[in-house]
Design a protein. Structure first.
Ligand code: ARG
Length: 484
């Protein structure tokens, strides 16, 4: 053992000294990090039992691990479509899911529990039938409740359901036992009903097309079980969370006295939570800026093709293509377009998600920009083009030098409107697990169970951005007027 250690250390030193590290193959793991102690977002990124187990195995198998956070109902699809190699998300093995993906051997036995408020009338299964029940969308809790109890209210994740329970919007939350215990330990007004609804087993999901990886993981899991390492990882996370919660509760007792100041502290200062907003803001700005540019380029081109075709009868085929583009983009919701571009078009390609979002929003915005600019072109008197042509300009020159500059000035307010819409539209980026501004607020909400401060903060930031953008456009408009 010792010799091996010395050898490894020597090797590492050698590498550090400059020899080129062989690039390790990448292993992409997807999860929904709203499920402590299995997966949660912490200051250090995505942490928890699942990431720890997968990281250990990936290290041993010589993979470079990349962890991606997305909505729970997307993790299995991500593996199936080849977007990810493995899903590790406290996933219960079910017959339906087995049809889509392969499961490793189970690593944990779990159960579904019911969280209620201490003051609630819900005390047993019978009461539950009369209660408003919250679940995380697409989970086994969701499935069990809708099949055996009643139609539940479906939330994006369990912490949001818990927040709704705290706010009195629902009467109970059905969720896996261990996260349930964590949530209850963080809020004194909540309790767990003693009787579990179901028993289940968690396993990792791997694509059916990748039996080799499944075999490797199973072998490693067996070894980790036998050596007690698996048990050790699970235990250490449970202990860590209990320890952290003790001080959370202390805070809460104080919050009765300090009120707003303490709420602000918990939501934004503690654990550097404001960073989620700051980093999210940068991503939102990045997406908006580049998508706007792309939208202008596409919109401009489409508008010119459309009006040239209308006025001269040329470019018929391109005109048809443009019409199809406009119909499809304006006829479908942006969020669906974003998901199609991410999951279908870029399917198994490994493209940066910010780039995917820029492309999706750029293509979307282009359709609206096109019609705005075309409106501007059409509003210019026909005589202008005729005059330009009679002065010897070609159609293209007339367009570029006479028509477009005037059209642009006229449509500026409408374009400004489009950019404002685009900026706010990017708030759906969270659907492809991008941590934009809105998602940043969601992460904070999932950690503090507070809806008010994170949402108001996010709203204020968008508002400030829009006001600044409006000012900027106003300024531009004035400049253009002066140039007349
Ligand atoms: N065990 C449940 C299921 O498989 C819930 C899992 C939720 N996991 C998560 N990371 N949010 O449906």
């Amino acid at each position: 053992m010792k010799i091996l250690n010395i050898f490894l250390t020597a090797l590492m030193l050698l590498c550090a000294a400059g020899c080129k590290k062989p690039a390790k193959p990448k292993l992409t793991m997807v999860t929904n990090a709203t499920f402590p102690p299995y997966e949660f977002v912490s200051g250090r990124g995505i942490d928890g039992i699942d990431p720890a187990i997968i990281r250990t195995i990936a290290d041993r198998l010589g993979y470079e691990l990349d962890i991606q956070d997305m909505s729970f109902d997307a993790v299995i699809t991500a593996v199936q479509s080849g977007k990810a190699d493995i899903a590790a998300s406290g996933i219960t093995v079910t017959e339906e899911r087995k049809k889509q993906v392969n499961f490793t051997i189970p690593y944990v036995v779990a159960e579904q529990l019911i969280i209620v408020s201490k003051k609630s009338f819900v005390r047993d299964l019978d009461d539950l039938k009369k209660a408003r029940i919250g679940v995380q969308h697409g989970t086994t809790g969701d499935l069990y409740t809708s099949r055996n109890i009643k139609e539940p209210e479906r939330f994006a994740n369990a912490p949001v359901a818990v927040a709704a329970l705290l706010a009195g919007k629902i009467d109970a939350v059905v969720v896996d036992a261990e996260p349930a215990q964590v949530f209850v330990s963080q809020r004194q007004e909540l309790i767990l009903l003693p009787k579990p609804l179901t028993y289940e087993e968690y396993a990792f999901a791997i694509s059916k097309k990748n039996p080799g990886l499944l075999k490797q993981f199973n072998e490693e899991l067996v070894k980790m079980k036998e050596s007690g390492e698996l048990e050790q990882i699970i235990k250490s996370y449970k202990e860590k969370i209990t320890a952290e919660n003790e001080d959370e509760i202390e805070k809460e007792a104080r919050s009765l006295w300090l009120g707003i100041k303490d709420e602000l502290h918990i939501n934004f200062v503690k654990d550097g939570r404001w960073l989620y907003l700051w980093r999210g803001l940068l991503i939102t700005l990045q997406i908006t800026f580049f998508a706007t540019l792309m939208g202008i380029v596409i919109g401009y081109a489409v508008a010119i093709i459309r009006s040239t075709s209308d006025q001269t009868g040329k470019m018929k085929f391109a005109n048809v293509l443009c019409k199809v583009y406009l119909t499809v983009i304006r006829g479908t919701p942006a969020v669906v377009q974003l998901l199609i571009i991410y999951f279908v078009i870029f399917g198994s390609l490994d493209v940066n998600k910010v780039v995917v979002a820029i492309i999706a929003f750029g293509i979307n915005s282009g359709a609206y920009v096109a019609e705005i600019i075309r409106g501007g072109i059409m509003a210019i008197d026909k005589g202008q083009m005729e005059a330009a042509r009679s002065l010897g300009l070609s159609y293209g020159q007339g367009m570029r030098e006479v028509i477009l500059p005037q059209a642009f000035k006229n449509v500026l307010p409408a374009l400004g409107n489009e950019f404002i819409v685009l900026l706010k539209e990017t708030s759906i980026s969270g659907y492809i697990a991008l941590q934009d501004l809105t998602k940043g607020g969601d992460i904070i909400r999932s950690q503090t169970y507070d809806a008010f401060f994170p949402l108001i903060a996010v709203a204020l930031i968008y508002l400030v951005l829009v006001v600044m953008l409006t000012e900027l456009l106003g300024f531009l408009e004035k400049r253009l007027k002066k140039n007349e």
